[in-house]
Design a protein around this ligand. Structure first.
Ligand SMILES: [Zn+2]
Length: 154
C-alpha cells in the first residue's frame, strides 16, 4: 500500500439529538394535533407549500399566509420496500410522495390500507394519481406520525 491508495473504513453513529423546529414547522405540527394539514402560500406567485416552508423557492418571498388544506391528496410517486431498514417498519411497506390539495410540493409519508398478503401484487395496489386521504392516530402529539399513513379513497 502506498500513501496515495485510498483506505475506506465504515463507522456507525447512533445520535440522539434535539433541535429547535422554528415557527413554520412548529405551527405545522401543532395543526396535525388537531387533524389539520396546514400549508403556507407565497404572496407573490400564489403557490402553496405542504410541508410549509418559510420562503418561496422561486420568488424568495417570505411565505407568511397560512392555508388549511383539504384532506384529499394524490400519490405522485412511490416506492415499495421489501428489505428491513433500521428504525423503519417491518417490510413490505410503501412510501409515497403525497401531494396535498393543490400544493406545489409533496409530503413524504407511508401509504397504508393496502393488501400486503401478496407482495408481488403491491405494485398494482398504488399508482401515480391514486387519490388518498390521511388516517389519523388517536393519540396525536405534534409529530408527522400523527398521520399514521395515507390510504386510497375507494
Ligand atoms: Zn413564489
Amino acid at each position: 500500500m502506498t500513501d496515495t491508495d485510498s483506505y475506506e473504513k465504515t463507522f456507525r453513529w447512533e445520535l440522539d439529538f434535539s433541535l429547535n423546529l422554528g415557527e413554520t414547522d412548529r405551527k405545522f405540527f401543532e395543526g396535525l394535533k388537531e387533524k389539520r394539514i396546514l400549508g403556507k402560500e407565497c404572496p407573490d406567485c400564489g403557490r402553496v407549500f405542504v410541508p410549509p416552508q418559510p420562503y418561496c423557492d422561486e420568488c424568495f418571498a417570505r411565505t407568511d399566509e397560512w392555508v388549511e388544506m383539504e384532506q384529499e391528496a394524490v400519490v405522485e410517486s412511490y416506492t415499495v420496500t421489501f428489505r428491513q431498514f433500521r428504525n423503519m417498519p417491518e417490510p413490505p411497506y410503501i412510501n409515497g410522495a403525497i401531494k396535498i390539495g393543490d400544493s406545489a410540493t409533496s409530503l413524504l409519508h407511508f401509504i397504508g390500507g393496502i393488501d400486503y398478503d401478496e407482495p408481488e401484487d403491491l405494485i398494482d395496489e398504488v399508482s401515480s394519481g391514486t387519490v388518498v386521504e390521511p388516517v389519523w392516530d388517536d393519540d396525536r402529539d405534534g409529530d408527522i406520525l400523527d398521520i399514521k399513513h395515507f390510504e386510497p379513497v375507494n
